[in-house]
Design a protein around this ligand. Structure first.
Ligand SMILES: [Zn+2]
Length: 444
């Protein structure tokens, strides 16, 4: 009998959900991991014969799946959770969020807030996130230290922000950061111009040129509200997506975030240009803008990921909850249509998000060669029994509390329900410290 091949880790689970190349549930399978990468996926008995792992993990009441991807958030705004949330969104942004940010936004705020958000996300099985906020260097630093994958947006604005004075200074700082992180193991960067109504055509054209030169992705929040679409029609004579198309921004390396109330021409444009999309079902519903056009996008074969958006508006950085909401609301505008299948939304919550962040070559599915970013969900609780269809059990019955184990690049970040990537006591103290500063009434 040939000797067994040494590997770092083998994980056996009741179910393995590889998501791709086939989106199915494999019973009694296992995954072998070495040097942070997936080496093999196969029947557990077969892998036991082939591999001699340093560590052998057996989770016989669990589903093993690729880590969830939070394709759009503003991680640091966990520090603003608890501020009143009220629709309409633009008024809330102007009257509640902007004053708080003006008062508190700083490198320390973003660094500490991002650390807290990363801990919350890891505990919820999220191993990669896309961020759109100011002080991106602090987001990158926090992600790299935590060894979690981050696609960090480089903010571009015409107006003065706490990060830079004008478009030229924003772009100069973006390019400097680009050089620093060009081949980083945890952090990838992309250009993230602010919402289209905040950025003039000339600046968007400059972003496109620089992004083309650097072969960088661009992500923008678009079609968030009906007002945004109406104002764009009044000011530019075109809907926001059409305006960006005319400026040459819509291409496969472009990710559009939000996308509420799309019309036929928008959908046609998205399909034709091959852009990726991210929807944020819970924040859109909470702020009165949803439901998104998810069903139409998926129906046309567009690549879609799920995002939580910022915790200040959503409440929780919980992609599993977003998946359930996405499924249940996908057809909310049409009566008589069932929810989007659990299997389909699980793909959006993993591989769909990975594509939207430009990381689908590396993460989003359990395939040999990809990074071992893996998650176990415990399906033994009564609420998930019987678990004959693990996709349904996960999406419609489980909660993020049932995420038992998380590995990022083969390294454990959560083990048997305990967060080990961070000291939870230290983080709780940090959260309380900021709460006392930002919301003294609430923390009394
Ligand atoms: Zn957002």
């Amino acid at each position: 009998m040939p000797s067994r091949q040494p590997v770092d880790l083998v994980i056996e689970a009741r179910w393995v959900l590889p998501i791709a190349p086939e989106n199915s549930a494999l019973a009694g399978h296992a995954v072998a991991v070495s040097d942070g990468r997936i080496v093999a996926l196969g029947p557990a008995a077969e892998l036991r014969e082939r591999y001699a792992p340093q560590e052998h993990v057996v989770r016989d009441a669990h589903a093993l799946l690729p880590g969830f991807v939070n394709a759009h958030t503003r991680a640091a705004t966990v520090l603003l959770r608890g501020l009143p949330v009220r629709a309409p969104r633009l008024r809330w942004l102007r009257e509640t969020l902007a004053p708080a940010e003006e008062r508190w936004l700083s490198p320390d705020f973003v660094h500490d807030g991002t650390r807290l958000a990363i801990a919350e996300m890891l505990r919820a099985g999220i191993t990669a996130f896309g961020d759109a906020y100011l002080f991106p260097e602090e987001v990158a630093r926090a992600a790299a230290a935590a060894r979690v994958r981050a696609a960090v947006g480089l903010p571009v604005a015409d107006a003065t922000t706490p990060w830079a004075e004008n478009a030229t200074e924003h772009l100069a700082k973006c390019e400097a950061l680009w050089d620093e992180y060009r081949s980083h193991p945890w952090v990838s960067l992309h250009f993230a111009p602010q919402a289209p109504y905040c950025v003039e055509d000339a600046t968007l054209t400059r972003v496109r040129r620089v992004a083309d030169e650097l072969d960088a992705r661009i992500a923008m929040q678009l079609h968030e509200t009906e007002v945004e679409v109406r104002d764009s029609l009044a000011r530019y004579g075109r809907r926001p997506l059409q305006r960006l198309a005319d400026l040459g921004l819509l291409r496969p390396g472009f990710t559009a975030i939000n996308l509420n109330r799309l019309d036929e021409s928008d959908l046609e444009l998205i399909t034709r240009t091959g852009i990726a999309c991210v929807v944020c079902p819970q924040s859109d519903l909470r702020l009165g803008d949803g439901p998104s056009s998810l069903a139409q996008l998926v129906g046309r074969g567009v690549s879609v990921g799920l995002g939580t958006d910022g915790a200040a508006g959503t409440g929780a950085l919980d992609v599993l909850a977003e998946a359930r909401t996405a499924s249940l609301t996908a057809h909310a505008l049409a009566t008589g249509r069932p929810a989007l299948a659990a299997q389909e939304v699980m793909r959006l919550a993993t591989l769909g998000g990975a594509s939207a962040l430009g990381l689908s070559h590396l993460i989003g599915s359990i395939e040999p060669g990809k990074a071992a970013d893996l998650v176990c969900i415990d399906l033994s609780p009564l609420a998930c029994q019987p678990d004959a269809d693990p996709f349904d059990a996960i999406v419609f019955a489980a909660t993020r509390q049932q995420v038992s184990d998380v590995w990022v690049a083969g390294r454990a970040a959560v083990a048997e329900g305990r967060l080990i990537a961070f000291d939870e006591q230290e983080l709780l103290a940090l959260a309380r410290l900021w709460a006392r500063r930002v919301q003294p009434g609430a923390a009394a």
